[in-house]
Design a protein around this ligand. Structure first.
Ligand code: ADP
Length: 274
């Protein structure tokens, strides 16, 4: 009688344990799959420029009696080398934001300075394409976090806005303070009049190596890692990044970050694993 009662009590517990174990394994398998995909993607992304470089160097040797062809191939080699450099740099940046605890070097960071730095970083491309950059609202605002990580995040958003916009358009950066229940937030919105993002891709653009149009991304020197870095920085700072876009008309990427000195600035959420 008693044995039966005990086993009746233990059995559901046992099945719950099994269920937990299965859930754990599923999660472990998912993480393992994400890691394997990432390594496969990195390998693929590295093979493209290194393969091109090796073919081009052969072409240069074969064309040694044709100086014009040598110059042309050398130019293409330079483009591939730059692509490789960008990719390695972004991989380093991604690994840094994933491994560094932003709390360790957090401080009040001037939004004015972040915006000015982001504009500076894209000035060359913007000037070439005659894109006007305008900013407003950032005076006197401060966010809480790692200066380097926040500069990388906003810099990426402005760089994308300029890269995915046609000539003679406008990129706007608007900052404002927003009251929120857990403490005030600073909202920084980057708006462009560019190609926009189709609805079906809006969530996926934040994934590592996801691009709406891979050819276009490569042509602008894109690595497909920029928005993954932005998303990670936003989350590890206790904020978020969202996108609003109409295909063919433009996009707005909005970063929301804890205001320095607000109730939430010292307790950012723990970084998400992905
Ligand atoms: P990439 O290096 O390709 O720019 P990102 O991670 O920064 O990588 O962006 C991922 C993809 O999202 C881009 O390839 C592009 O298709 C799309 N995207 C990002 N920003 C914009 C934007 N402002 N306008 C249109 N498309 C964008």
């Amino acid at each position: 009688g008693e044995a039966l009662a005990v086993s009746a009590r233990v059995a559901p517990l046992g099945s719950r344990l099994v269920l937990l174990l299965v859930e754990d394994l599923t999660e472990a398998r998912r993480i393992e799959a994400v890691r394997r995909d990432f390594v496969a993607n990195v390998s693929h992304e590295l093979k493209t420029p290194t393969g091109a470089l090796s073919l081009l160097s052969e072409a240069v040797m074969d064309a040694s009696d044709d100086p014009e062809a040598v110059t042309r191939f050398a130019g293409r080699m330079q483009i591939e080398a730059t692509r490789l450099t960008n990719l390695v740099q972004e991989l380093i940046d991604l690994s840094r934001v994933q491994n560094d605890d932003p709390l360790e070097d957090s401080e009040p960071v001037s939004v004015d300075e972040l915006v000015a730095e982001a504009i500076d970083r894209s000035r060359h491309t913007a000037t070439t394409k005659q894109i006007t950059m305008a900013s407003g609202g950032s005076a006197g605002l401060h966010v809480w976090g790692s200066r380097g990580q926040l500069a990388a995040a906003l810099g990426n958003l402005v760089e994308n806005a300029v890269n995915y916009s046609p000539a003679h358009t406008r990129v706007g950066i608007a900052a404002r303070k927003v009251a929120a229940p857990g403490g005030d937030l600073i909202e920084i919105a980057v708006t462009d009049q560019g190609i926009g993002i189709p609805d079906k891709d809006k969530e996926r653009v934040f994934e590592r190596f996801y691009r709406v149009d891979p050819a276009r991304s490569r042509a602008t020197g894109g690595t497909g890692l920029g928005l993954a870095i932005v998303k990670h920085v936003a989350a590890s700072h206790g904020g978020e990044v969202t996108v609003w876009s109409t295909e063919g008309q433009g996009s707005t990427f909005t970063l929301r970050l804890p205001e320095a000195g607000s109730a939430r600035d010292r307790r950012p959420a723990s970084p998400t694993p992905d």
